[in-house]
Ligand binder design. Structure first.
Ligand code: FMN
Length: 358
């Protein structure tokens, strides 16, 4: 299976399946000199399941940093992180191994690979994205060097507009409804990347927002990617849509942010804002129409394995991690972060300084 790597200079390769022994990532290209402790990784992994009421599989996420970090600092070699799968129940998937779940990747994996691991969605499971959360923890440490702040919020869940005040109530209601109706729901998430330096993005073919879109649309279950005003732009006149240019604090900036912080594929210091839709969890207990692949006859099926009533809050954590990874890659591509080491060259070369190396 090719294509398990995200990034050009800051490269994250993930591996592992939902019900395998463990899941992990290798981060190649992280410069030396970044302060990184177990706690930085653990704090992010602990965000994996923000609302247990929505999820039936809660993992401990016991992990180990196998390489690339010494005495709490990155050393420029590949960072390898392994996360154990401990809470696995594979038996229930046996019953549906020949009847692909509608809306899931069972059919397409079968058509593409022929021989598949039928347990819990395997590589197509949301569980495998725990490795991206771990890699995102490293990327967030690099982002902090430039004081870049990545935040996100849920705008909608199960068709309800949500904010800080009603989110918990809506979640409880959706969890209860999911149990009662044997059905699931989706949501909409907005991400903001603030304190972003200008000049991130390469017009052909690594526009900053295009790379963000690439990362976000690779998260399972994501159906859209909208930058700034997004689809609304199609219904506006240019005179209403264009963000007027103004001078603030001696620098050129924009009065509004309908562009979403990227013009010509390049950032200009204004926060990058994008939104995306998360679909309803495809696995449901409610019987659905499928096909038995052995008999090639129509068959009703339902998923008895454990699944999320709504996985929007879990995607929030993953989307921040993806945004951090893409942003670090672009910081390196634009020369804001050196590839080898963040320790100043003069300090590194103190025993062999030459004039042209300073
Ligand atoms: C964090 C996360 C958790 C998920 N949880 C579930 C789940 O419990 N059950 C399920 O059927 N799909 C779940 N999904 C979605 C499926 O992985 C996804 O729909 C499937 O791989 C098909 O891919 P597609 O929706 O992009 O076509 C989850 C996705 C993510 C990112």
């Amino acid at each position: 299976m090719v294509g398990s790597t995200l990034g050009t200079l800051f490269r994250v390769t993930t591996w592992g399946e939902s019900h395998g022994d463990s899941i992990g990532c290798v981060i190649d290209g992280c410069p030396a000199g970044i302060k990184l402790t177990r706690k930085h990784i653990k704090d992010e992994l602990d965000k994996d399941i923000p609302y247990p009421v929505l999820t039936r599989r809660v993992e401990e996420n016991a992990f180990q940093i196998l390489s690339g970090v010494f005495e709490g600092t990155t050393i420029g070699t590949p960072i390898s992180i392994i996360i154990r799968n401990s809470n696995v129940e594979s038996e229930k998937y046996k019953k549906i191994m020949h009847t692909p779940r509608p809306g899931h990747a069972d059919l397409t994996y079968r058509l593409k690979y022929g021989h598949v691991d039928w347990r819990g969605g395997s590589r197509a499971s949301g569980r495998t994205w725990i490795s991206i959360i771990a890699a995102g923890a490293v990327a967030k440490r690099v982002c902090m060097l430039k004081k870049i702040l990545i935040t996100s919020r849920i705008l909608e869940m199960g068709g309800h507009k949500v904010d800080d005040k009603n989110l918990k109530n809506v979640i409880e209601k959706l969890a209860e409804e999911s149990k009662r109706n044997n059905d699931t729901t989706g949501g909409i998430i907005e991400v903001e990347i603030a304190n972003i330096p200008h000049g991130l993005g390469v017009p052909f073919f690594n526009r900053y927002h295009a790379d963000l879109g690439h990362g976000i649309l690779n998260i399972p279950g994501i159906k859209t990617f909208e930058l700034g005003a997004g689809e609304e732009a199609a219904r506006m006149k240019a005179s209403d849509f264009n963000d007027p240019l103004v001078v603030k604090g001696g620098a050129v900036t924009t009065e509004s942010n309908r562009a979403g912080g990227v013009l010509g594929g390049i950032t200009y210091g204004v926060p990058v804002v994008f939104r995306f839709a998360v679909k309803p969890t495809p696995s449901i207990l409610k019987p659905q129409k499928s096909v038995n692949l052995r008999t090639m006859k129509s068959a009703m099926m339902s998923t008895e394995g454990r699944f999320d009533a709504n996985f929007t809050p879990r995607v929030q954590v993953v989307a921040e991690a993806v945004s951090a990874i893409i942003t670090v890659d672009h910081l390196m591509l634009a020369g804001y972060i050196p590839c080898d080491s963040i320790i100043p060259r003069r300090e590194r070369l103190q025993y062999g300084l030459r004039e042209n190396e300073s």
